[in-house]
Design a protein around this ligand. Structure first.
Ligand SMILES: *[C@@H]1O[C@H](CO)[C@@H](O)[C@H](O)[C@H]1NC(C)=O
Ligand SMILES: *[C@@H]1O[C@H](CO)[C@@H](O)[C@H](O)[C@H]1NC(C)=O
Ligand SMILES: *[C@@H]1O[C@H](CO)[C@@H](O)[C@H](O)[C@H]1NC(C)=O
Ligand SMILES: *[C@@H]1O[C@H](CO)[C@@H](O)[C@H](O)[C@H]1NC(C)=O
Length: 301
């Protein structure tokens, strides 16, 4: 579609005054029976479209298409209209079907078909509305980071070219991300009337990596990742680690304390036993002495 942007689409040829006067005599502004609703036609810029006038199979005095007061193409019983016909149009042998080629934006809008039967009735009119579209180019996404590690923030621009009608850039951002649209623009080429649409958005990278895409009309960009993945939070494990260290530390201290008290207790018990034994021994010795003394006394007596 980019080629459409570069191609020169000539607008309606300006009719010389003499021809305009003739058109004035050809086109009708009075006593016209209007048929039901307008016919809606769709076309693509650069493509072609077929207009059909809803007439019965009867001999016609005239059947032609006009835009505003300007003759486009058609059949007139008594006049040769080929000089007046738009160069990008051709009418079929049936006289009621008109093809329009090389459509450009200036062809968008309202037309009328006028017709009258030879043998009966007045002039009749059918309104035909032509809506043109041009596919925007696939949007390009460009990212400019504020830092080389892609951690702080970035500006993302989405741009699409040469579409019609004017459409804004729509952003599609997944997840929770702090971002905002800074500006948007839809610039229409003064000659071709084709539109370039773009938008710039600011992203704060503190929530880490995120996927984004943008679209203009029906056309979407590729999905791109912006910002660096977030680091694993550095302090989230420390309470657990501190708790484990504290538990282990306290346990070791308790065990040491218990051992120490245990050994001290055994030593104390041993000392007590030793003292008791000594006392017993001494008691025995004393008794023995007393006994010996009494024995010696009895022997002496
Ligand atoms: C424009 O887009 C429509 C829908 O996607 C597609 O059918 C059509 O062929 C496209 N026209 C051109 C000229 O690429
Ligand atoms: C991003 O958002 C965070 C949290 O609101 C804020 O502290 C930080 O300053 C912002 N960063 C930038 C580059 O604006
Ligand atoms: C949009 O904003 C960005 C960043 O401030 C700037 O570079 C760009 O030129 C602006 N675009 C328009 C169309 O104003
Ligand atoms: C639109 O974009 C095309 C392609 O980038 C460029 O050639 C053209 O000049 C732009 N038109 C306007 C009106 O900015």
């Amino acid at each position: 579609m980019a080629s459409l942007c570069n191609t020169q689409y000539f607008l309606n040829p300006r009719l010389p005054f003499r021809l305009l006067a003739l058109v004035g005599t050809l086109t009708w502004h009075f006593l016209v029976t209007e048929s039901a609703g307008p016919i809606q036609l769709r076309g693509e810029v650069g493509g072609s479209v077929t207009f059909s006038c809803p007439v019965a199979k009867q001999k016609l005095k005239f059947v032609y298409f006009q835009r505003g007061e300007i003759f486009v193409n058609g059949y007139y019983e008594s006049k040769n209209t080929s000089q007046l016909a738009w160069k990008n149009t051709r009418v079929d042998h049936d006289k009621t079907t008109m093809h329009m080629y090389h459509l450009n934006v200036s062809h968008d809008g309202e037309y009328q078909c006028h017709f009258q039967y030879s043998d009966s009735g007045g002039a009749q009119k059918q309104v035909i509305h032509l809506s043109l579209t041009a596919n925007y180019s696939k949007p390009d996404v460009t990212v400019h980071y504020s830092d080389e590690n892609h951690r702080y923030s970035c500006l993302v621009t989405c741009a699409s070219h040469c579409g019609y009608p004017s459409n804004k850039v729509m952003w599609n951002v997944s997840g929770i991300q702090m971002w905002k649209v800074l500006n948007s623009s839809e610039i229409s080429d003064p000659e071709t009337m084709m539109v370039n649409s773009s938008s710039t958005a600011y992203f704060n990278c503190s929530n880490g990596e995120t996927s984004i895409s943008c679209s203009v009309g029906d056309v979407s960009s590729d999905v791109v990742s912006v910002c660096s993945p977030r680091d694993p939070p550095p302090v989230s494990h420390s309470p657990v680690i501190i708790a484990i260290f504290a538990t282990v530390g306290i346990s070791i201290m308790l065990v040491l304390l218990l051992c120490w008290r245990c050994k001290k207790g055994q030593r104390g018990a041993a000392a007590v036993n030793f003292r008791l034994i000594n006392q017993d021994v001494r008691k025995c010795e004393e008794e023995a002495t007393v006994h010996n003394e009494s024995n010696e006394a009895t022997e002496a007596s």
